[in-house]
Design a protein around this ligand. Structure first.
Ligand SMILES: [Zn+2]
Length: 306
């Protein structure tokens, strides 16, 4: 019988009051999910050869590099002896900023003395949003998230953040609820024999929207930073946002190849198959599901492509 392999991806193992981007799986759910996988599948490393498995297999990955991967996920992984790969976005390792969607959330959706209107001005964009209620600010959040992901390069995004903080009337600060790994905690996580660290760009842009040189810079700088920090070869990568043809394309794959990347993960759903391109590995998003919902999703995934 032919065995099958599915790659799963997580972001956070954390219990968060308001998880608008649905990035969190609670520590309890995570533990249940891992126990189920350990019992029913081979669990393979992202970087290894998946063709030799004698049983249906899963591969566990995390994107972005949140601190809770160390504080909550690692103990479960170690206890159950489950390997996982964490793809780290290196721009937040200094801990002076949050991942950009979290920073946007901190500015617009946490407690504060909000004025009635936010006006955004630069050489291209002149926009205005009402901000006097949570609903209006949520609208503004969604619009800015959309623009920042799809139309704005990282340097323009930075300038927008300056305007947003000025508008909020506060010095830029980091909301500890959205804490990412630091240099030190990334090293600590990488010390575990169950953890592989991969790269995930510097500032988490949708790569295919950038010029080739910028894409290359985002990939190479994140790889170089991690290699220097961890004193090991970094050749695994996951594309921010990860949709093929939208967030990465042939130019992104070429930029990965010249940067020494050997395997790159997408967010295209489905099972992995042997003939697949190693630069477009499908992965399946896992949510905050209890055992019943999780089993149903996993069973469906493996049944679907017999
Ligand atoms: Zn990401």
């Amino acid at each position: 019988m032919k065995t099958k392999t599915a790659v799963l991806y997580y972001h956070r193992v954390y219990e968060k009051q308001c998880d608008i981007n649905l990035l969190c799986v609670s520590p309890k759910m995570f533990e249940q999910q891992m126990k189920y996988l350990k019992k029913n599948f081979n669990i393979l490393r992202f970087e290894e050869d998946w063709t030799k498995s004698d049983r249906d297999s899963v591969v566990i990955t995390f994107d972005d590099g949140y601190l809770d991967n160390l504080t909550f996920a690692l103990s479960v992984l170690e206890e159950l002896q489950i390997p996982a790969t964490v793809f780290v976005s290196t721009g937040t390792l200094s801990n002076i900023r949050e991942l950009w969607w979290d920073e946007l959330e901190t500015i617009l959706l946490t407690e504060g003395n909000y004025s009635n209107v936010f006006q955004l001005h630069d050489d291209i964009y002149n926009c205005e949003w009402r901000t006097d209620t949570y609903e209006f600010r949520l609208n503004c959040y969604k619009a800015l998230h959309y623009l920042m992901k799809n139309h704005v390069n990282p340097s323009r995004r930075e300038k927008w953040f300056e305007q947003l903080w000025k508008w909020r009337g506060e010095m830029r600060y980091v909301n500890t609820e959205n804490a990412t790994l630091s240099d030190k905690t990334c090293q600590e996580l990488a010390e575990s024999k169950y953890i592989t660290i991969g790269a995930h760009t510097v500032s988490h842009p949708s790569l295919a929207r950038l010029m080739f040189e910028e894409q290359q810079m985002q990939i190479q700088q994140s790889v170089a930073y991690l290699e220097n920090l961890l004193q090991r070869k970094i050749d695994m990568f996951s594309y921010p946002f990860g949709a093929e043809g939208i967030d990465f394309d042939e130019s992104t794959v070429a930029a990965c190849k010249v940067s020494g990347i050997r395997k790159a993960a997408s967010t295209n759903a489905g099972l992995w198959q042997k003939q697949f391109d190693p630069y477009a590995i499908p992965r399946n998003s896992i949510g905050n599901w209890g055992l019943y919902g999780f089993k149903a999703k996993i069973d469906k995934l493996f049944r679907k492509e017999k």
